[in-house]
Design a protein around this ligand. Sequence first.
Ligand code: SF4
Ligand code: SF4
Length: 163
Amino acid sequence: MNMTDNTEFDPQTRFEQDYEPEFWKKKTLEQMTPTEWELLCDGCGKCCLNKIEIKGKIRFTNARCRFLDCQNCLCGIYEHRFEFVDDCRSIDSAAVRDKPRWLPKTCAYWLLDNGYDLPDWHPLITGRAASMHEAGQSLQNRPLISETEVKNYENHLVDWPDL
Ligand code: SF4
Ligand code: SF4
């Protein structure tokens, strides 16, 4: 298995690409370039938590995908994620509009698509790739467990306000 070594990836380099200033205020999700789309992701990692549906509502657990690095919140197999994780989903417009909602409330795609602004801690606002960590808005330093250790997901439900 040729895993991506995410320790070599510097997220700050994402901002060196070409993109229209404040594109998120001017474009719909469908109008964004691939680079702009990728930049919208704040890298919080919260979509990589396991979830279960209970009574028509998605409930998050503190069980992370086994490939999520809980310190930098990056996927350890990003280039190969769909080969190795059956239920890993690509984030596209359809995923953003899925009902019931399974992306966290802070997810930039969901916020913009529902008429909200980006939060002031978003890396596109601050210009710093780590600003969601600094603001406590990522999974960094949260009490997580690897999905490989979970016997019953119902014992791991969490109600964090940003989910
Ligand atoms: S929840 Fe949204 S912003 Fe956070 S990592 Fe997933 S796609 Fe990116
Ligand atoms: S494989 Fe998918 S769910 Fe797992 S860490 Fe990577 S992006 Fe997240």
